[in-house]
Design a binder for this molecule. Structure first.
Ligand code: ADP
Length: 433
């Protein structure tokens, strides 16, 4: 009995222990193993935290490196751009120190001293640029002053002769302190053309005043004589009145010509461009001058071709050119001589050319190059005919500036003169006609 009871109890205890062991294995042991496995996987199969940090750091360094390369490229491009702008400047630009040593310069400065190609990298001396010892001394003095903390801009004007072409050129140098290191920026501005324009302007004013004074004096003298009763004699009075009237006409012509020329030169003339048959225009204009020609028994002929004489131009202005050229021919040919006007198309230049040929006095060789200048008159003919010396300059302006044509003269003293002007034809096809 005891044995059986004991056996049963032992079996129950054993079964319980087995069940508890099984449960423990299944729940605790397996989950423990699973956790261990997971940690093992973490430790040996994926990147460690250190590796991750390292990778992130490498990525960061790479980004910085790329940014630095980009920044360098941008800076280099900006420097290149500034260099290009500096080299493209028409004015020579240099940077000097307080002792006048050139630290940097642009390509124009290099070209001025005769260096070719990418010469902004070669060293140049300030003396090579400023080939004028007096100006050089002045510039060095000013540079020293500016370098020792003097504010503002200083200017020096000087003239120098080109090394290769030996042409005299005028410059204005401006000096300005560039930075705290005492570097000075020098800009050399070529003022040759501006000075020439200023010279021409004052020359024009001087000539115009002189030319206007002559007829004015004559008119004033006549008026004074009338006022003081010195012109009692009717013939003398008539004569003086006629002179005064002629002089006032001349004055009016001169003022008109000066106004026309200055309007064209200033680009404010408003030409009325239309299609014109230059043959017809020449015929009409010359007809208006026939009475003058007849008075001096001058044989006035017009030879114009048929067709192909059309141009785009201002009728009034082109008539002024014809009037001036034919009028001059009539003034400077002796009585009984001949003046011929020819109008013809010119294939080579695709223009219509008007030629005025006279058998008169001709123009001396030394006067020919200046004949189209303002107020220029051949001195030996001044007593032969009245004039203003502005007619040919007005013609040149009308032909060349308004109509983009050409004007010229061939002449020999004693053999007459041949003045001509050409204006672009309306249509190239008309040239074939
Ligand atoms: P002007 O009013 O004096 O005629 P222009 O400018 O028309 O002024 O002419 C300038 C000068 O050219 C004239 O003064 C004259 O000396 C000279 N000239 C012009 N045309 C002729 C010509 N056909 N023959 C000789 N000299 C001429």
């Amino acid at each position: 009995m005891f044995d059986q009871g004991f056996m049963i109890a032992w079996c129950v205890v054993s079964a319980s222990l087995f069940a508890a062991g099984w449960w423990f294995r299944d729940r605790v042991w397996r989950s423990g193993c699973r956790r261990l496995d997971a940690r093992t996987e973490e430790t040996f199969q994926g990147p460690s935290e250190l590796e991750a940090v390292f990778e992130r750091w490498v990525e960061h360094v790479e980004t910085i490196r790329r940014e630095q390369i980009l920044a360098r490229h941008i800076t280099e491009e900006m420097v290149r751009q500034s260099r290009r702008i500096l080299d493209a400047l028409e004015d020579p630009v240099v940077v000097i120190d307080g002792d006048g040593v050139v630290l940097e310069h642009n390509a124009t400065a290099a070209t001025l001293v005769g260096l070719e190609g990418n010469s902004s990298t070669d060293r140049i001396g300030l003396g090579d640029l400023v080939r004028n010892p007096v100006a050089m001394r002045e510039i060095l003095e000013l540079a020293r002053g500016l370098a020792s903390d003097c504010p503002g801009t200083r200017r020096v004007n000087f003239s120098t002769t080109g090394e290769s072409d030996m042409v005299v050129r005028d410059f204005e140098v401006s000096l300005r302190r560039l930075d705290d290191a005492g570097r000075i920026l020098l800009v050399l501005h070529d003022t040759t053309r501006e000075r020439e324009i200023a010279r021409l302007k004052s020359e024009f004013v001087a000539k115009a005043s002189h030319e206007l004074r002559t007829p004015l004096s004559s008119i004033r003298a006549t008026l004074e004589m009338l006022e003081t009763g010195d012109l009692e004699d009717p013939d003398h009075r008539r004569e003086m009145m006629a002179i005064a009237s002629e002089e006032s006409d001349r004055l009016a012509r001169m003022v008109d010509d000066m106004l026309d020329i200055s309007r064209i030169e200033a680009g404010v003339a408003r030409p009325r461009i239309e299609r014109i048959d230059l043959g017809d225009l020449v015929d009409e204009t010359v007809d208006g001058l026939r009475a003058t020609a007849q008075k001096r028994s001058i044989d006035l002929r017009v030879l114009s071709g048929q067709g192909g004489l059309e141009v785009e131009g201002d009728r009034v202005m082109l008539a002024t050119v014809v009037t001036n050229l034919v009028g001059n021919a009539l003034k400077y040919v002796p009585e009984g001589e001949r003046v011929t006007i020819e109008v013809a198309p010119e294939d080579l230049t695709r223009s219509v050319v008007v030629t005025v040929t006279d058998t008169g006095l001709g123009i001396p060789e030394e006067d020919l190059p200046r004949i189209f200048e303002k107020f220029y008159r051949v001195s030996r003919y001044e007593r032969k005919a009245q004039g203003t010396g502005l007619g040919l300059d007005l013609c040149r302006n009308i032909v060349e500036r308004v109509h983009q044509g050409r004007i010229g003269v061939d002449s020999r003293v004693g053999e007459g003169a041949r003045f001509w002007f050409g204006v672009p034809a309306s249509f190239a096809s008309s040239m074939a006609a």
